[in-house]
Design a protein around this ligand. Structure first.
Ligand code: GLC
Length: 481
């Protein structure tokens, strides 16, 4: 890199670090998290709160830099916010849930934390992903500090158990995937992702892996058995039923409908006419593929969702071959999926009548804006980690270079709009913390691959996979709760 370019890059990095420092929130004199955005120019709404999902990007950076105290405080304090009892009132958060966000409130000179489990959020959405991110972060903390005793503490063991119980409980459906309402994750507005969205499934898988590593055996045998049951089934389900490449598209294109009984091939009764197969036929490169956004009864959402696909690579939910193919797709369809700002939250956008019906005419989610095909710089770190994992580091480097100067010049916007991501998001905050952290984290991961294990996993142990094969192929009723 030329000298002046290098100097500029270092200056941008230094400014990003000081912006990140500014976003730190203190509670009773101790650092406890980072605000979602540090932007005085517009109404704060809840952007002055610490969001669990947003904090993960900052937290990983703090761990890398040895600033472990803030992460430890965050984990301890959020654990206290988790409801520990069954709630009789259906409007109360369920036992085991983690809040979407919290803020520090002062009353008569005393500080306390006020959590939001979605009861204040726009459209009252449930943050299903929070407890999953929390577990992923707890495991990253332990990997970074080697302080296993921290997670072995009875209060943490109980917290992990409650999350597992909430996720593994028998419900109305009989899939290994998690059934959730719309807007239960990073996309926290109505976007037609209710059911079994990929983002939640990828995080669920990583959270199960984390819990399996962190739960001590004594007293947890039944939960550990349930996790061991669920992991290979979830993994096989996603790898088989969510996967789309040209071969699979061919199979789906010729699917028969209305198949009854155990010998059904078209398990979910997907009608090929519900898929944009001519578009996909044109769009899918021969060496590429991806995991569908959602699969359920007569439903296959063929939009590409970045977070779910990237986290599937990082957590090794996708096979090695699938991971390479996902990255091939990103490389071959760079203009669509990355464009001028890494990277699209989903592709393509919902347009016209579909946009109106699916989003409920949401003015923030108009086509190619915000969650509906907007570009989110926070995804940069996941792109970098996935690129590293699949030995395509050059893609991450290209993406970082693309983002660096603009993110800085535009004051770290929350998101970008437009097909190529050239417009600063219509309602984007400036100094959005996870934009800053996402950029810095991508750089750190690429500069030092040894940080990847903070968030990545290895392939599932073979003995679990073989045990799963002993179950009947269509039998999903193996949860223990
Ligand atoms: C928006 C995003 C959500 C994020 C929050 C705070 O609601 O959709 O994912 O956590 O802003 O940044």
């Amino acid at each position: 890199m030329q000298l002046h370019k290098l100097a500029k890059s270092q200056r941008i990095e230094a400014e990003a670090w000081s912006a990140l420092e500014k976003s730190i929130i203190y509670y009773q004199g101790r650092p406890i998290g980072t605000v979602a955005a540090y932007d005085n120019s517009t109404e704060a709404l809840n952007y002055d709160q610490v969001f669990v999902r947003d904090f993960v990007s900052s937290a990983l950076l703090f761990l890398i830099k040895g600033q472990t105290e803030i992460v430890r405080n965050f984990l301890e304090e959020t654990l206290k916010l988790q409801p520990k009892e069954y709630q009789l009132d259906a409007y109360q958060p369920a036992r085991g849930l983690m809040p979407a966000s919290f803020k520090v409130v002062s009353h008569h000179g005393e500080e306390y934390l006020e959590a939001d489990f979605g009861e204040h959020a726009i459209a009252r959405v449930t943050p299903v992903d929070s407890c999953l991110w929390w577990l992923i972060l707890l495991r990253a903390y332990v990997v970074a500090t080697k302080d296993y005793c921290f997670a072995y503490h009875p209060e943490f063991q109980n917290g992990i158990r409650l999350i597992m119980e909430l996720c593994l409980r028998n419900r109305f459906d009989m899939y290994p995937t998690l059934l959730v309402p719309d807007g239960a994750c990073m996309i926290d507005r109505r976007m037609g992702i209710y059911g079994h969205p990929l983002e939640i499934q990828s995080l669920f898988y990583a959270a199960l892996r984390a819990a399996r590593e962190l739960l001590i055996c004594e007293g947890n045998q039944s939960i550990i058995a349930a996790i061991d049951n669920r992991l290979p089934l979830l993994c096989a389900h996603i790898r088989q039923h969510y996967w789309i490449d040209l071969n699979r598209l061919n199979a789906i294109y010729r699917f028969k409908g209305e198949e009854y009984g155990k010998t059904a091939v078209n398990l979910f009764n997907i009608y090929a006419d519900s898929l944009p197969y001519y578009e996909l036929d044109k769009w899918l490169p021969t060496n590429g593929g991806f995991l569908a956004g959602n699969v359920g009864p007569s439903q296959m959402d063929t939009r590409f969702f970045s977070l779910g696909n990237l986290m599937a690579i990082i957590s090794e939910l996708a096979t090695e071959e699938q991971s390479t193919r996902i990255m091939n797709l990103i490389e071959e369809r760079w203009e669509h999926l990355v464009g001028d700002m890494p990277m699209k939250i989903c592709f393509p956008a919902l347009e016209g009548e579909e946009y109106r019906i699916v989003t409920g005419c949401d003015p923030k989610n108009i086509p190619w804006s915000y969650h509906n095909g907007g570009s989110w710089p926070v995804l940069l770190w996941m792109l970098a980690a996935a690129a590293l994992k699949t030995k395509k580091t050059y893609l991450a480097q290209k993406a970082i270079e693309l983002a660096e100067e603009r993110l800085h010049a535009d004051s770290w916007p929350e998101y970008y709009d437009g097909k190529k991501g050239r417009l600063i998001g219509k309602q984007a905050r400036a100094n959005q913390t996870w934009t800053i952290a996402g950029f810095l984290l991508a750089k750190e991961i690429i500069a030092n691959p040894a940080y990847l294990p903070l968030v990545s996993f290895e392939e599932l142990p073979q003995e679990l996979v073989s045990r799963a094969c002993e179950f009947e192929i269509n039998s999903y009723d193996t949860t223990m709760f």
